[in-house]
Design a protein around this ligand. Structure first.
Ligand SMILES: NC(=O)c1ccc[n+]([C@@H]2O[C@H](COP(=O)([O-])OP(=O)(O)OC[C@H]3O[C@@H](n4cnc5c(N)ncnc54)[C@H](OP(=O)(O)O)[C@@H]3O)[C@@H](O)[C@H]2O)c1
Length: 213
């Protein structure tokens, strides 16, 4: 049994928790306000889920998911996440996160910032370019014609392989963008962002992305 430690229990965190439970994972999930505020979600998820602090969710995780607003990544429990695969769903919204010059200038990517905040973790991009509600509505079995595809990116082959497997279990094909430094291709306002596309269409959309949107 693999335990998924999910830090962030909002739109995306709760949806990733639902697909994880549906596919046989244990889930330990955290938010900023404390485990007691997650009682309803944990009751819905059932006996294989529990709420915890972010530190405890990270410590319990075989694999972690970081799905908090980008401005909160420096508060993540880096020590407890060291050595682990960490799925990064983050996007940059300057309206919410404040301006980050290196992102505004196209000098880095959101995932590289997460990697910097978690220097000893194996980061892979996941679920950043799909609306949260569609994570549980758009999945189909492998081999379905025109199956929806999602992108990942990562510098660690094991982390990319995990995302590929998890996407498949959730009902999606995978397109690998390449290293974290290339993950801007699937960031906000690029052609591949929050549109339904199959693997071929996603590959085309990644190729025609511009460095600055
Ligand atoms: N919504 C979408 O459709 C969507 C799609 C793709 C990607 N994304 C991206 O994925 C990330 C999460 O988005 P979301 O829509 O799920 O956000 P959200 O609904 O606002 O949820 C954010 C979650 O993060 C928690 N959190 C904030 N700071 C924290 C901290 N320091 N430690 C632990 N937990 C903390 C919040 O807890 P509290 O509520 O207790 O503060 C909340 O549970 C964002 O970067 C977003 O841009 C969103």
């Amino acid at each position: 049994m693999t335990t998924l430690g999910i830090i962030g229990a909002g739109h995306i965190g709760s949806q990733v928790a639902r697909v994880a439970i549906a596919n046989g994972y244990d889930v330990v999930i955290a938010n900023s306000r404390g485990p007691e505020t997650l009682a309803d979600l944990v009751a819905e998820l059932g006996p294989n889920a529990r709420a915890a602090t972010a530190e405890d969710a990270a410590a319990a995780a075989d694999v972690a998911v970081v799905t908090v607003p980008l401005r909160a990544i420096d508060d993540l429990p880096a020590e407890q996440l060291a050595g682990k695969i960490v799925l990064d769903t983050n996007n940059y919204y300057f309206e919410r996160d404040g301006h980050i010059e290196a992102l505004d200038k196209g000098e880095t990517t959101t995932s590289e910032l997460v990697q910097r905040a978690l220097p000893n973790s194996k980061i892979a991009k996941a679920f950043n370019h799909i609306f949260a509600s569609e994570i549980t509505s758009d999945g189909t079995p492998a081999g379905t014609p025109n199956r929806r595809a999602l992108a990942t990116a990562g510098d660690d082959a094991e982390a990319v392989a995990f995302v590929t497997r998890f996407y498949d279990e959730a009902g999606f094909d995978t397109v690998n963008v390449g290293p974290l430094s290339e993950s801007w291709r699937v960031e906000r306002d690029r052609p591949a962002y929050v549109v339904r596309q199959n693997a071929e269409e996603l590959t085309e959309n990644l190729a025609r992305a511009n460095r600055l949107p």
